[in-house]
Design a protein around this ligand. Structure first.
Ligand SMILES: Nc1ncnc2c1ncn2[C@@H]1O[C@H](COP(=O)(O)OP(=O)(O)OP(=O)(O)O)[C@@H](O)[C@H]1O
Ligand SMILES: [Mg+2]
Length: 314
């Protein structure tokens, strides 16, 4: 159901910021997260989708997950994020040795898990800015981790350009933040949006409503930059982006990694092209709910040349 998913997405994204408490400065060891997935089995509606996934993500690593359509990549991402549509039938998901299998999506987000969706959903009436503002207010802070070097914005993107957000768009639980912090927060979001080549009115728009495919993907990255999670899962962030969009997004991810060296990334993709910009530590192939091969960058190149025939039985 779209409404329930929207709510879940919003809640999960909002809550993920609470996992960032104490994340500054970036080199703080506490920010590191080690995720271990052991023999994970999960499905929905009686259908088994994940049939025993094993994966270890150490702090600071970039993992790429590839695989044919329907092999279970997005399901794995959703199960890690705790989506309630999926039932875990076996195996273990641990973060720093603690089982997170029973945690709700918001609690997993608090641990620092962020999922950038393959198909972001629309949340009419909640602006991009207010969604992120609410998240910051939830932790009693209006400042984000610095992802980009500070630089002056042109006057057209000054903070005052964002004072007109309708109060009706603010979720009922949001309370006004202190002016100074709110201004800084706006300024930072504007910088992030600007670096993603998003127009200056972008933060005022309803979350994903009427966004182009490329805008949706950039918006997922905007959220990642603002929320600065410990584990970033990006599900087909490169799909639907034009060449310039791909460069902009790849460069934003690169900068995020450079400024948060302890954060790890799982990049789900069908194409090796984004790997021209982002160098993965590991590349995994998922076929029929299992990781059937792991390797390095060469593996992605091989897949692009030869497809998945070597691992498919039908
Ligand atoms: N919520 C759901 N309800 C019903 N079936 C589902 C659901 N989620 C996943 N599936 C099914 O599980 C299988 C794996 O889907 P999933 O979206 O994980 O694949 P994927 O590897 O991400 O594919 P793609 O590359 O096309 O995005 C598919 O057959 C899909 O139809
Ligand atoms: Mg998918």
């Amino acid at each position: 159901m779209v409404y329930r998913l929207s709510e879940l997405q919003l809640f999960s994204k909002l809550s993920s910021v609470t996992g960032n408490l104490g994340r500054n400065p970036p080199k703080n060891q506490k920010k590191a997260m080690k995720l271990i997935i052991k023999n994970l089995k999960a499905g929905t509606g009686g259908q088994e989708i994940l049939k025993g996934v094993n994966l270890q993500i150490r702090p600071g690593e970039i993992h790429v997950l590839m695989g044919p359509n329907g092999s279970g990549k997005s399901t794995l991402a959703q199960v890690i994020a705790g989506h309630p549509s999926y039932k875990v039938d076996g195996g273990q998901l641990t973060v720093d040795g603690k089982d997170i299998g029973k945690l709700t999506p918001d609690k997993r987000a608090r641990v620092g898990i962020f999922l950038g969706f393959q198909h972001p959903v629309e949340v009419p009436g909640v602006s991009v800015f207010n969604m992120l503002r609410r998240a910051k207010q939830a932790i009693g802070s209006s400042t984000t981790s610095r992802v980009l070097p500070r630089k002056a914005l042109p006057p057209s993107q000054s903070v005052s350009g964002l004072t007109e957000i309708p109060s009706s768009a603010v979720p009922p639980s949001a309370s006004p933040a202190k002016g100074h912090n709110l201004s800084r927060f706006r300024q930072e979001l504007l910088e992030y949006a600007s670096s993603l080549k998003l127009g200056e009115d972008f933060l005022r728009r309803s979350l994903n409503e009427g966004f182009s495919g490329g805008e949706k993907k950039r918006n997922e990255i905007l959220q990642m930059m603002a929320l600065a999670p410990k584990l970033v899962i990006l599900d087909e962030i490169d799909s639907g982006l034009d060449i310039d969009g791909l460069k902009v997004v790849a460069s934003a991810i690169e900068q995020f990694i450079a400024h948060s060296p302890q954060s790890s990334v799982i990049l789900i993709t069908h194409y090796a092209r984004i790997l021209k910009y982002l160098k993965p530590d590991f590349v995994h192939v998922m076929v029929d709910g299992k990781i059937v091969k792991s390797g390095k960058m060469n593996l992605a190149k091989k897949i692009e040349e030869r497809g998945y025939n070597a691992w498919q039985t039908v």
